[in-house]
Design a protein around this ligand. Structure first.
Ligand SMILES: [Zn+2]
Length: 166
């Protein structure tokens, strides 16, 4: 009987722990690219920026002013898809497309990306291998849960204002 009374404590402890982990962990911002308007405060507040290399046929490599501006903020930068189509890495992505994205990133920032986060966190087994072979570290759901992750476009199911609270 006593044990049963205590059992609700387990989820409560987990939620409170998660709250504090998210509170003190670094903040991430998804969907950073010249083609998506982004609140300056969101960028300033974030430690890691997840950059889309070629959104709507606007390659970051063609916008050196933007590249320099992002670089000057001294953030950790990761690659977030190639064109950020819906569930892009759940479907067919060729090695050439991935390499093109990585090269755009390199032309923009001067170094190759070392981390990769797929759009909508969807990735097929085949594409997982592709990312591994590229030498980038894959960041998925676990990373998204233990960090506060905001979005430039705020179009995700989970809204920025809710993330602010939890
Ligand atoms: Zn995204």
């Amino acid at each position: 009987m006593k044990l049963l009374n205590l059992i609700w404590i387990i989820p409560l402890v987990l939620i409170v722990s998660l709250f504090f982990i998210r509170l003190f962990n670094h903040v991430e911002l998804d969907d950073v690219t010249p083609g998506i308007p982004c609140d300056a405060g969101l960028i300033k507040n974030a430690d890691t920026l997840w950059v889309i290399p070629d959104f709507n046929n606007i390659s970051i490599s063609d916008n050196q002013t933007w590249c320099r501006e992002i670089l000057s903020m001294n953030k950790t930068l990761g690659m977030h898809g190639v064109e950020h189509k819906y569930r892009e890495f759940g479907g067919n992505v060729t090695k050439e497309e991935l390499v093109k994205g990585m090269n755009d990133f390199k032309t923009c920032f001067g170094f190759y990306p070392t981390m990769f986060k797929p759009p909508q966190l969807k990735i097929s087994g085949e594409n997982k291998k592709l990312i591994e072979e590229s030498g980038m570290t894959l960041k998925l759901n676990f990373n998204q849960i233990i960090h506060k992750v905001y979005h430039c476009n705020d179009s995700d199911i989970i809204k920025n204002r809710w993330i602010k609270i939890f």
